[in-house]
Write a protein that binds this ligand. Structure first.
Ligand code: 5GP
Ligand code: ZN
Length: 110
């Protein structure tokens, strides 16, 4: 996707503050953090959001979720909140699937 910010980050055309990378997944700090630690974990493959996932893409989602937990351990997080916004009604602004890891000072319940 040529006009996708996160594809550009994957390709290295836009810089990011990377915390983890492998064949399928990239994780980096959110540019506008909403918590002490705010990471974004994305598949390298352009997938719009969880609502759009089909077929083999579920394998990518599964790998990504395993990686989320490894990253939390790597970053020594004592706990974290994991959010993925789906569609405009769900508050999604960047239409390349991403999972927000929020952590730090005890997060309020909701
Ligand atoms: P959404 O609202 O789509 O769930 O979240 C998009 C997130 O991407 C926001 O938290 C926003 O701060 C972050 N973001 C948008 N553009 C960039 C960027 O160029 N670099 C980084 N690191 N984060 C970005
Ligand atoms: Zn993309």
């Amino acid at each position: 996707m040529t006009d996708c910010i996160f594809c550009k980050i994957v390709q290295g055309d836009i810089p990011c503050n990377k915390v983890y990378e492998d064949e399928h997944v990239l994780a980096f700090h959110d540019i506008d953090p909403k918590a002490d630690t705010h990471l974004l974990v994305i598949p390298k493959q352009h997938i719009v959001n969880l609502m759009s996932v089909k077929g083999d893409q579920w394998d990518t989602v599964s790998k990504l979720l395993k990686t989320v937990n490894s990253i939390a351990q790597q970053e020594k997080l004592e706990g974290y909140r994991l959010i993925t916004n789906n569609g405009e009604q769900g508050g999604q602004e960047v239409f390349h699937m991403h999972w927000h890891i929020l952590a730090g000072t005890k997060l309020p319940g909701f």
